[in-house]
Design a binder for this molecule. Sequence first.
Ligand code: NAD
Length: 361
Amino acid sequence: MVTVQVGKLIDFVADVFHHAGSSEAEARRIATYLTTANLTGHDSHGVIRVPVYVRWKNMGAVVPDRTVEVVVDTPSLAVVDGRFGYGQTVGPEAVRIGIEKCKAAGLAAVALRNAGHIGRIGDWAEMAAAQGLVSIHFVTAAGSVLVAPYGGVERRLSTAPYCVGIPRVGQGPIVLDFATSIVAEGKVLVASRGGKTLPTGALIGPDGVTSEDPTLLYGPYEPEGPRDHSQGKGAIRAFGEHKGSGLALICELLGGALTGTGATGPDRRFANGMFAIYVDPKRVDPDNFFDGEIARYVAFFRSARPVAGTDAVLIPGEPEARMRAERMKNGVPLPDETWAAIVNTAREVGVGEDGIARATT
Ligand code: NAD
């Protein structure tokens, strides 16, 4: 395990993306968002993605320094095309438009189409919450087909995340942010490499039998060898039985079909599509009831007696805030294999040995 201090990790990853063709500003943005995913404990969406992002850039699947094109623009609605730019550039651009419109109109919606990977959706809810806004996000990962719907044994859905952010006075926001699959694919990858095992019934085989065996997703593999999800015959299952599967379908239809990205399918170019709704609670609630009621209800919610083995009932966003505090202080732990892959990518794009050494000294 390698532990890298946050500032050094951002500097190093920014150097990689700058060498890979992004402006300094974009490179730093990508590095900051990826590192934030690690900081919040979502390692599957953190710097582990550096090699694949660079590979996508080399293939032309994602384009450096591309900004959004505004397709529809009304006082309360925008449709913006990310034109396969980095999600860390076109994502915040789209959110900024939503925030501006919402502040002016009280309510706004933004459909973002054809974005490069926009990572952890909670980042976008946190950005809106920092401006005092509630936001709701429906997302497709078009082109990625990994998840079986409830009642089915074949892959038909992406991990289609859903996210809601609610600002609070004097405290971090409530951020509910999850993939609509039982686990994100990154967690199957981790399990396949000997890491944390999958929850019971996370995968389903072509025979309809549920399992926790990663070979269902990747086919047979060598311990150190590559993992290719096109080689497996099984699927990850949608979470929450018929209810979660239904929510995943809605994410595909709103994040994919409504935004113009297209819902997921095997022949699509990879892109995230996000349909986001922004609400200014101050406009809905001129009497200022909301803030106090959130505090009262959250206290009531949290006061439930914890089940054996847990110390407290948490609210969404709390595990991330705790992890962020811990990793800001102690650094981001990265498995040796993950760090080696990032360093290899750094060398490939021409980062010097002194730059690599600086990250860990
Ligand atoms: P997860 O299963 O870890 O669930 C995270 C959510 O559950 C958070 O809101 C968290 O605060 C809450 N939570 C966790 N433990 C809790 C507890 N004990 N009590 C109360 N709340 C708790 O998340 P996931 O499904 O693995 O998704 C990981 C990340 O991957 C998310 O940030 C998601 O946006 C991202 N993602 C992105 C894409 C994409 O295409 N861009 C696709 C899929 C997932």
